[in-house]
Design a protein around this ligand. Sequence first.
Ligand code: SAM
Length: 286
Amino acid sequence: MSTLRAEVLAATRALADAGVPSPEADALALAAHALGCEVSDVRRRMVLLEECDAGVADRYAGLVAERAARLPLQHLTGQAHFRHLTLSVGPGVFTPRPETEVVAGFAIEAARACGPTPVVVDLCTGAGAIALAVADELPGATVHAVELSVDAHAWAARNVEATGLPVQLRLGDATTAYPELDGTVDVVVSNPPYIPVGMVPLDPEVRDHDPEVALYGGSEDGLAIPLAVARRAAGLLRPGGTLVMEHADSQGQTLPAALRRTGEWADVVDHPDLTGRPRATVATRA
Ligand SMILES: C[S@@+](CC[C@H](N)C(=O)[O-])C[C@H]1O[C@@H](n2cnc3c(N)ncnc32)[C@H](O)[C@@H]1O
């Protein structure tokens, strides 16, 4: 029988050899999943030179082999952490990203500034991450969320039910959604598909496992779908309401410029993510 420490070190090496970007963190996360405990427990048990029983070692080896084949970590654990929430994810839904936590933060800040009962709409909700974070952090908010893909919508529905948070979820097209809310919404937030068509992502986890409908923005510059979503946001927002939209790091000037050209937006400001790359545009409905 080998020690847990030896198993995790061997897994880290195997994942590094396979080109996994964060091999140690993933080896620890998969060990925690195999053992049914937290990563902090794995670290403690490694220090204590705890032995790893054969059943756990086999299960761990299977998970590590799948990760080395570049299945997303979150599909193997079935979970994605987003702000204060742990969401269920898997095949058929876009995995929520850390950069989107900052985007959700802008929406939460803007909604909080509207008073105790803001109305917030998340267009293109995927697994429901942004909408659920808003509902979690602003208990007085009325939160609507729409998603086009049947598979992604099912994941969002599962997350709404599991968290018990009051998000009103709808299956539908964000570019035509919620005509009954026109002119009444305080904040619209969206992380739409925005990758330029033809720019296939290099990471196998993204290229092969995030759904295409979640990735590509529908034009060479990737802005066709984001701008159609922004047009709907302009219809939904009351004058003075806020749009928060995530974009690719190549779109930090083009998306704000395109929004300004519509004449529908004032105070269009772009913001970097935690790594300093342009990532989110915030604009006020004129
Ligand atoms: C980049 S993913 C973001 C998902 C989620 N907002 C997040 O940040 O994790 C974009 C999502 O938009 C959905 N989508 C694409 N076109 C849409 C449309 N016209 N209406 C509604 N949802 C759409 C995709 O299915 C996908 O779930």
